[in-house]
Design a protein around this ligand. Sequence first.
Ligand code: NDP
Length: 339
Amino acid sequence: SLVLVTGASGYISSHTVEALLDRGYNVRGTVRSQDKGEYLKNLFKDKKGSFEYAIVKDIGEAGAFDEAVKGVDGVAHMASPFHFNAEEPEELFRPAIQGTVGVLESLKKNNPNVQRVVVTSSVASVMNSNIKPPHTFTEKDWNDVSPKECEEQGKNASGQAKYRASKALAERAFWKFFSDNKPSFDGVAINPPLVLGPIIHQCDSPESLNTSVAVYYSWLKGEKTEKDLPAGGMNYVDVRDTALGHVLALTTPEASGERFITGNGPVSGNDYVLQIAKDFPDLKNIPKGNDDAEFKKKLASDAIIHDGSKATRVLGLKYRSVEDTLKEMGRSLRERFSF
Ligand code: NDP
């Protein structure tokens, strides 16, 4: 069968395409340029499933997906801007919300046989930044704080609030489409925290790294100091696990209408530097972390938790170790940027 993956040139989506092809699905990826499409075609030329691409320049435009949706059996809608530098909230809201609703409308119009759409949402749609740890968020929670902050403050809202609101509003619009339209296909949302792990997508310079890997990269390059430690409070998931989560969400009947946090618990800058020292002892200027077991335990228990156990229970998703994630991310970045 044929799966449409939107924004296939991205960090998480390229792994999702790979996971689908490895399992024998054929994939049509949407990309913004021929160059990005050809890169992927070459990357995936020896896979079990076959890869083709369609150019969709701006997902925020009405009817953007009208052609790309034709003939596909399932969709992973992954394209959405992820950065914290928007001036106006609208810069993010339009592609995030209209992109999501647009895929669904194009399917309704042009594809009577599609079965399921999985949307890449985020814990940004789940969390409430006013709640302090210790606290565990689950799929029952919704971030209404960031949309409110953007509504009240407009361009003066923080960059994070603008991004988080774009994800929360896009996922709200996704579910609203189903309740308003009762289409013949169903939906699933995947809500990852910080996504880490190796890069396989086209990225020619560290400056153009995707947002989540860029943060780790500055630690790997020795651009952080002891003062930046321990940098706790984050939750993470491996990019390969979250990619597989999308595949399982497309194929597991019980996933219908559900949200899934794909999260493997807390990670910190302290974890980064300890692992870098182990895997890459030749790298210089890496601040020294604290390897004391009690310290690490306290750091993890001081973090907010995004509970990823429902994805394991319902989708059968197992999470790999943080050591593997950090090691493979470091290895791929050193290889890509030759240092
Ligand atoms: P990337 O920036 O690598 O991928 C984003 C993708 O969306 C790219 O393919 C990009 O195209 C495309 N895109 C963005 N804006 C537009 C637009 N206006 N028109 C067409 N295409 C567009 O980031 P990630 O892989 O990290 O993000 C993928 C998804 O995962 C996003 O929905 C993001 O919100 C979500 N997510 C990411 C997390 C993370 O930690 N990485 C955590 C939780 C959720 P191009 O390559 O041409 O720029």
